[in-house]
Design a protein around this ligand. Structure first.
Ligand code: C2E
Ligand code: CA
Ligand code: CA
Ligand code: CA
Length: 279
């Protein structure tokens, strides 16, 4: 029995060590990644349901590492949130997004907004509004071209001064989207007091055919409530035609998901924009 135990212990230990090595390797190379332009923006289109128009995009970061290849956020964002590097990386992503938006203006493409992700640590940064304002100003953009996706969980147990920060950003003209809505942290009552423009429904309500009648009922309910509060609703994680029809029926405004397109490099996204401008 002792031997057995030792075996499992060793296994656990190896796993732990390799995850620590993994974290260490990432921490060692993150500054180089920033200075070496290894963080790239991928864009995923959002469409308006009623007419199918291209209505926006979400910027999702990818780490194009010279040795490890393209890394998805799940491999590094949690660590960056722990060690604080997320604020630096996000600033970089926001600025890069603004540059892309300006390029589109120069090329005469339709002026759709792009959403960027704002993590909880970013909101606690006292300079947040200055940083965002500087980025849009630098590229001559109206703040409404940038939508800020703030995850629902960032609002919980958040001091009221943080809510004030978000309210201030909204007054400055940034459009606030509440990400992952319904993922379990908020109460509907919270919606009453929060400075937001758009609700982004959590994927669980849409995804998988395991979506139970109850989840579908909740989804419909949230969409009607949002409409009643004059909030727009975006559904993400739309993968099938059936899911799209259910959302349409429920009165959802915008959709995003693999059914339409996966996140893609900016150059590829430009082709969608170019098509949109001729049609
Ligand atoms: P999120 O903000 O909830 O983004 C949605 C995630 O769902 C993205 O994963 C996207 O690629 C994926 N997705 C889109 N359509 C579908 C679909 O139809 N089915 C499924 N199963 N998934 C779909 P991704 O790009 O791996 O990003 C994961 C998370 O990492 C994001 O979740 C966000 O929380 C975080 N993240 C990504 N980029 C950034 C960033 O620049 N800054 C910060 N702070 N967080 C980021
Ligand atoms: Ca998001
Ligand atoms: Ca989300
Ligand atoms: Ca999320």
């Amino acid at each position: 029995i002792k031997g057995q135990y030792g075996k499992y212990y060793a296994l656990y230990d190896d796993k732990l060590r390799s995850s620590l090595l993994h974290d260490q390797a990432i921490a060692d190379s993150m500054e180089d990644a920033l200075s070496g332009d290894q963080f790239q923006i991928y864009l995923q289109p959002k469409y308006r349901i009623i007419d199918g128009a291209l209505a926006g995009a979400e910027a999702l970061v990818r780490w194009e590492h010279p040795e490890w290849g393209v890394q998805s956020p799940a491999n590094f964002i949690p660590l960056f949130e722990k060690n604080g590097f997320i604020t630096k990386m996000d600033q970089y992503v926001w600025e890069k997004t603004c540059r892309v938006l300006q390029e589109w203006e120069d090329k005469g493409y339709p002026q759709i907004p792009v959403s960027v992700n704002v993590s909880r640590a970013d909101i606690f940064n006292a300079d947040l509004s200055c940083i965002l304002q500087r980025s849009v100003k630098k590229y001559g953009l109206h703040p409404s071209r940038l939508h800020l996706e703030i995850t629902e969980s960032a609002y919980t147990e958040t001091p009221s001064q943080i809510i004030d920060t978000v309210a201030h950003l909204r007054e400055m003209g940034f459009v606030i989207e509440m990400d992952d809505f319904g993922s379990g942290y908020s109460s509907l009552n919270m919606l009453n007091n929060l400075p937001i423009d758009i609700l982004k429904l959590d994927m669980q309500f849409i995804q998988s055919e395991t979506a139970k009648p109850v989840s579908q009922g909740i989804m419909k309910f949230i969409i009607s409530l949002a409409r009643w509060m004059h909030l727009s609703v975006v559904a993400e994680g739309v993968e099938t035609k059936e899911q799209l029809s259910r959302l349409e029926e429920a009165g959802c405004d915008y959709v995003q998901g693999y059914y339409f397109a996966k996140p893609m490099p900016c150059r590829e996204f430009e082709k969608l924009l170019a098509e949109e401008s001729v049609s």
